[in-house]
Design a protein around this ligand. Structure first.
Ligand code: NAD
Length: 454
């Protein structure tokens, strides 16, 4: 496929200024929601064929989130896109200054496989709201969801405005050769570095939504039962294939056994069983083997035995884990939960800080001093106190990483900002022009300028 040609056409369309019209953006957002709603069954079927993701989880963790983003954008885009006044200094009086949100232009969105609809379409929604044209390259790994998005978008949108390009490494590499005005990438840290380098050649700004090992730290004063309930749900949702899943748990020594017992209780009560239709498969054989290779038999507390043919691994809890164990080397991204213990909060913080800055961090404590200490001393993308994963659902919170877990953020208004340049303008009238800055430079002028400029 000639990507340069597609991008040239999108750029030509962008240059007609059609996308700058707010009604156009709203119309296209409504079109997207309408298409998704009308084709929900096809969306469910495709994702189920790819990795047995159930309707329940597909709606709650993918479609409903896209619908919310669309609805919010439709409601607020006029306000977000409005020119905003800024205050003005003495040196420029009588004038005024303002900020005009301007769409970046022709943007590339690259999706990841684990929430294939949501991670592809939410950035696209933000880009459309901001007035960009979009080329979306979903992950090729869940091939049916990728094909479904390509079919639904390409049959219903003008390709000069919004087009899905399918493909893997080669196609993405070719796309990256072309100059875009913005690249939004969701995926792994190593590929994030490739994207960043490719973007740098064209000085293209990027948003990188990456991953990492997100900790959950539990102090001994918590409600153990509620902590286990929330963590079991958050960890094994989508069979642990969630970028913000609690990767590992650090629990204060005194309550470790009680916590393990509660974790078992909630796993037993959950939908997370290998033969349950609401329990997701591991995406492919490569990841299945990778995950099985992380499990140390003598540390298994629960689960551990996967079914290769079905590509399922039961919720697996490992106890007495150490930071030097294999499971602590890289992001797990699967249904394995290592439990580590600590004595003092200083020790826990120090251990977490030895790893790269995580995408998320979860603190379970009733002690506000400890909560504050963790929130102050550990740098992370976003997180929750006494919960996990649910911060993602708040559209008023910017979602993104820091350091190795990413650059930039989105969701709600933050998504609009991610695809906008904020153009700043100073405007002056003609009727007056103070002479202070003009020659001849005199002592009096200098004195006055010093007063004005501070
Ligand atoms: P990935 O990096 O393998 O792939 C992501 C995208 O990059 C895909 O579209 C793929 O086709 C493309 N790609 C892969 N290799 C490439 C290459 N060499 N050159 C150019 N493009 C390439 O990631 P993944 O396996 O799809 O997703 C898993 C990772 O993504 C995990 O690390 C996870 O934490 C992270 N993730 C982050 C978020 C977030 O919002 N921060 C969300 C989901 C997943």
């Amino acid at each position: 496929m000639n990507y340069q040609e597609i991008i040239n056409q999108q750029r030509a369309f962008f240059n007609t200024h059609t996308t700058k019209n707010i009604s156009f953006r709203i119309k296209e957002l409504k079109r997207l929601k309408d298409i998704l709603k009308k084709n929900e069954n096809q969306l469910y079927e495709s994702i189920y064929k790819d990795f047995k993701k159930s309707e329940f989880e597909t709606y709650t963790t993918e479609l409903s989130i896209i619908y919310h983003e669309i609805d919010l954008a439709i409601k607020k885009v006029k306000k977000w896109a409005r020119q905003k006044r800024a205050s003005i200094g003495l040196a420029n009086l009588p004038g005024k200054s303002y900020i005009i949100p301007e769409p970046y232009g022709t943007v590339l969105v690259i999706g990841a496989w684990n929430y294939p609809y949501q991670l592809s379409l939410c950035p696209a929604v933000a880009a459309i709201a901001a007035g960009c044209t979009v080329i979306l390259k979903p992950s090729e790994v869940p091939s049916r969801t990728s094909a479904t998005m390509a079919q639904l978008i390409n049959e219903n949108f003008d390709p000069n405005f919004f087009k899905v390009v399918e493909g893997g490494v080669q196609e993405t590499t070719d796309l990256l050769d072309v100059k875009f005005d913005k690249i939004f990438f969701t995926g792994s840290v190593p590929v994030g570095k490739i994207i960043y380098q490719a973007a740098a050649k064209h000085l293209t700004p990027v948003t990188l939504e990456l991953g990492g090992k997100s900790p959950a730290i539990i102090t001994k004063d918590v409600n153990v039962d509620m902590t286990a309930k929330r963590l079991v749900w958050a960890k094994f949702l989508n069979a642990g294939q969630t970028c913000i899943a609690p990767d590992y748990v650090m629990v204060q020594s005194g309550i470790k056994d009680k916590f393990l017992t509660a974790v078992k209780k909630y796993i037993d009560q959950s939908e997370y069983h290998v033969d349950n239709d609401n329990y997701t498969q591991i995406i492919n054989d490569k990841n299945f083997e990778r995950l099985i290779g992380m499990i140390e038999q003598d540390k298994i507390y629960l689960g551990g035995k996967g079914n290769k043919e079905e590509r399922v691994i039961p919720p697996t809890v490992m106890k007495n884990v150490d930071f030097s164990d294999k499971v602590m080397e890289d992001e797990i991204f699967g249904p394995i939960l290592p439990i580590l213990s600590f004595d003092t909060i200083e020790e826990a913080i120090q251990k977490v800080r030895q790893l790269s800055k995580p995408l998320s961090c979860y603190v379970f404590t009733k002690n506000s001093t400890i909560k504050k200490k963790i929130l102050t001393e550990i740098s992370f993308g976003g997180g929750a106190v006494n919960d996990a994963v649910m911060h993602f659902t708040e559209q008023t919170l910017p979602f993104g990483g820091v350091g190795d877990s990413g650059i930039g953020n989105y969701h709600g208004k933050y998504g609009f900002e991610t695809f906008s340049h904020y153009k700043s303008v100073l405007q002056k009238p003609f009727w007056i022009e103070p002479n202070l800055k003009y020659p001849p430079y005199s002592k009096t002028k200098f004195k006055w300028l010093k007063r004005i400029l501070g």
